[in-house]
Design a protein around this ligand. Structure first.
Ligand code: IPM
Ligand code: MG
Length: 363
């Protein structure tokens, strides 16, 4: 198979971790007879430095013409980086929001899984973590507060800022369908998260999700208020299978969910539209403080590449191979600093990529 992949290395640790994911993809390509062709494009700070904008039209066009996009991470230190002196529309994150919107990537899947081998890194009490957990956050990605009208003005000498939160039923329905489809292949439970005791958009969300649920009699639906969900994630994460929620709540809850796994450096994500196209990136950020030191954990990006093979290219066997290799190197004790514990083998970014690639070769 020939796959055209647009690659965004990005900022901070982005280039290092994407390099390892490409290394792994190349080994997979060789072993299973596929050709992965990469077109590098710039997004975020790297694009600002080169072109003065966080996403150029040319880069967007290349992404649109590709079969999938593989991304590292973008952005810098928001208090010290000059990128954050620019007007909001020219900052790194604006490029990310633009590419999500322009590519129509409305469904963001973020798995949060407690690896048995990394259970010690879980910050929860053992009596909670011993249950294990395995959930996915299905976050709506192209609507809500992120894309509503916003303005900052001065009214009668008082500065005033407005952001608006809008959803229409079609936007809610299509993400709900995705959430139920995924639940059907997992533990068959959807927890729809909203703030229906206060917000109109949440009341519509709840109504539409309940309508969609009627088509999925084999999946259990529960509704949960977002504040309660934030609490339940640390009290009893094992109760969750698919958490279905709107953009802003999903942003916050997915960070929380990944943190309770104790290994944010391990968690992949996929942003999808209705067809096979998707953008794949680790759930973590660009960690500028550890950039260029060969200590970042490349596994989340490598697992994102596996998601790409599975969702965009239907290469299940190849995706399984990557996931198995990751599992194996963890069992063998290889650890980057973020997941290191006593008695294990400490390796750098490159070495982690090497052992995973080699493990795939030898599978
Ligand atoms: C994420 C990030 C982005 C978001 C930022 C970088 C704009 O936090 O992907 O979760 O808020 O969506
Ligand atoms: Mg976030």
């Amino acid at each position: 198979m020939n796959c055209n992949i647009a690659v965004i290395k990005g900022d901070g640790i982005g280039p290092e971790i994407v390099e390892e994911a490409m290394k792994v993809l190349d080994v997979v390509g060789k072993k299973y007879g596929h050709q992965f062709c990469y077109s590098q494009i710039l997004l975020g700070g790297a694009s600002i430095d080169a072109y003065g904008v966080p996403l150029s039209d040319e880069a967007l066009q290349i992404a649109k013409e590709s079969d999938a996009v593989l991304m590292g991470s973008i952005g810098g230190n928001t208090t010290t980086s000059p990128w954050y002196q620019l007007p909001p529309a020219l900052r790194p994150e604006a490029g990310l929001l633009k590419i999500r919107k322009e590519l129509g990537l409305f469904a963001n899947i973020r798995p949060a899984y407690l690896y048995k081998e990394l259970a010690k890194a879980c910050p929860l009490k053992e009596e909670i973590s011993k249950e294990g957990f395995d959930m996915v956050i299905m976050r709506e990605l192209t609507g809500g507060l992120y894309f509503g009208e916003r303005k900052t003005e001065e009214v009668d000498g008082v500065r005033k800022a407005t952001d608006t939160l809008t959803y229409d039923e079609n936007e809610i329905r299509r993400i709900a369908i995705r959430g139920f489809d995924i639940a059907r292949k997992r533990k068959k439970k959807v927890t729809s998260v909203d703030k229906a005791n206060v917000l109109d958009s949440s009341r519509l969300w709840r109504a539409v999700v309940s309508e969609v649920a009627k088509e999925y009699q084999d999946v259990t639906l529960e509704h949960m208020l977002v504040d309660n969900c934030a609490m339940q994630l640390v009290r009893d994460p094992a109760q969750f299978d698919v958490i279905l929620t709107e953009n802003m709540f999903g942003d916050i809850l997915s960070d929380e969910a990944s943190m309770v796994t104790g290994s944010i450096g391990m968690l992949s994500s996929a942003s999808l539209r209705e067809d096979k196209f998707g953008l794949y990136e680790p759930s973590h950020g660009s960690a500028p403080d550890i950039a260029g030191k060969n200590i970042a954990n490349p596994i989340a990006t490598i697992l994102s590449a596996a998601m790409m093979l599975r969702y965009s290219f239907d290469l299940d066997q190849e995706a399984d191979a990557i996931e198995q290799a990751v599992q194996k190197v963890l069992e063998e004790g290889y650890r980057t600093t973020d997941i290191m514990s006593e008695g294990q083998r400490l390796v750098g970014t490159k070495e982690m990529g090497d052992v995973i690639a080699q493990t795939i070769e030898n599978l």
